[in-house]
Write a protein of this length. Structure first.
Length: 177
């Protein structure tokens, strides 16, 4: 199993992480003879399953909507401890659906957006080399990151879009005088 070409070229020619979209590209380090990605949520990737194809389809949308409709609300409980028990039980069900390790086989987290939102690079399967957005912390499933034309973003397009945005921002800064 090898890394997608654009990402492999980035690692070889640009750097093993650092400046990039959002809070930057996660660094890759050799730790105890094994390569590891380091960053908030990087541990979510099961590196032993990178060769397995990433699955485009997530949880059944109807099951997700049903589960969301069953989410306990604090104002529906007289006793806060009863609410705590109910929300804990609901969260266990939610995590088993949305945070299953099977959901992210064949992918690694390469960047954090904010508040537990992340971006994944797909390593294997039909989506290989593309970036997927992860807003599961906000009750949304993983989805492909799309460019302005609605096309899936490859690693290079994702990174170059960020560079172009930075270039435009820098060009609009008045020169020091």
């Amino acid at each position: 199993m090898s890394l997608p070409g654009e990402y492999r070229d980035f690692l070889l020619q640009v750097g093993a992480g650092g400046a990039g979209p959002s809070y930057g590209v996660y660094p890759v380090r050799l730790i105890q003879g094994r390569w590891r990605w380091e960053g908030d949520g990087a541990e979510l990737a099961d590196l032993s399953r990178l060769a397995e194809p990433f699955q485009r389809e997530g949880a059944d949308p109807e099951a997700v909507q049903l589960l969301l409709s069953e989410r306990p609300e604090e104002d529906g409980f007289e006793d806060i401890e009863d609410f705590d028990d109910a929300i804990e039980a609901w969260e266990e069900r939610w995590e088993s659906v949305m945070w299953s390790a099977d959901r992210t086989v064949g992918a690694v987290v390469i960047s954090t957006l904010e508040c537990a939102a992340r971006e994944w690079l797909i390593i294997s399967g039909p989506e290989r080399g593309r970036i997927w957005s992860d807003n599961r912390a906000d009750d949304e499933d993983l989805k492909p990151l799309l460019d302005d034309n609605g096309a899936s973003m490859t690693f290079a397009r994702w990174y170059l879009t960020w560079l172009e945005k930075v270039e435009r921002q820098l060009a609009s800064v008045p020169a020091a005088g």
